[in-house]
Ligand binder design. Sequence first.
Ligand SMILES: Cc1cc2nc3c(=O)[nH]c(=O)nc-3n(C[C@H](O)[C@H](O)[C@H](O)COP(=O)(O)OP(=O)(O)OC[C@H]3O[C@@H](n4cnc5c(N)ncnc54)[C@H](O)[C@@H]3O)c2cc1C
Length: 219
Amino acid sequence: MDQNFAVTQRTKLKRIPDRASYDRATAYAILDEGLIGHVGFVDGEDVYVIPMAYARQGDRLLLHGSVASRLAKRLGEGLRISVCVTLLDGMVLARSVFEHSMNYRSVVCLGSAKVIAEQGEKLEALRVLTEHLLPGRWDDARQPNAKELAATTVLALPLQEVTVKSRSGPPDDLEKDKARPHWAGVIPLQLQPGPAQPDALAADTAVPDYVTGYRRSAT
Ligand SMILES: Cc1cc2nc3c(=O)[nH]c(=O)nc-3n(C[C@H](O)[C@H](O)[C@H](O)COP(=O)(O)OP(=O)(O)OC[C@H]3O[C@@H](n4cnc5c(N)ncnc54)[C@H](O)[C@@H]3O)c2cc1C
């Protein structure tokens, strides 16, 4: 597998291209840290962008949904989709309003998803999805039964047309603004878990280590 994704007409970044990357490892690290992908597709005359859970399994992105949902039906037809995953790392405060920005790492994946029909592959995909969101949980919960499996569509999007864009570091003020008295710098932002809240029937059940130790950020 190539270290870099091939640049296509669709994925060639024109706007601030120095923030772009096609590096596979960088893209995969972002996808592995994220939880939510925004899935864009056209249905009739309208364009929809719908948030979904996802997971990376090797060189493909897994999505799932109810067989009854419009989303799963349309995606299963193999129409072209776009999945965008964004990690927000900070608010960037410059001395001029114009130069304010955000520190972020984002990935856009383009392509067509395919339904995973084979039962063993489907179950494994659901395991990967569960473990991506909640490492350690799959073996510590009841596994899907035949009825639940039949009610779920699982889709795989090959990771072939992929772009990364990222910004990090301090604000980039114009030279003539740098002497202005306004505070400038970065407010770092991270997704942090709060204390676990047991449901009423789990009050006497030991909280698993994978719950108390739950982390998202790689740092
Ligand atoms: C948290 C966040 C906030 C942002 N806020 C703004 C904003 O308020 N205004 C604004 O103009 N832009 C904002 N951006 C940047 C925005 O995502 C686009 O990169 C930018 O608007 C240029 O879009 P374009 O379609 O003209 O880019 P082009 O350079 O024409 O894009 C070409 C291709 O590059 C890829 N691509 C584009 N953007 C991204 C990306 N962010 N990540 C990965 N791949 C990408 C896609 O495959 C696209 O088809 C923000 C980005 C992030 C992550």
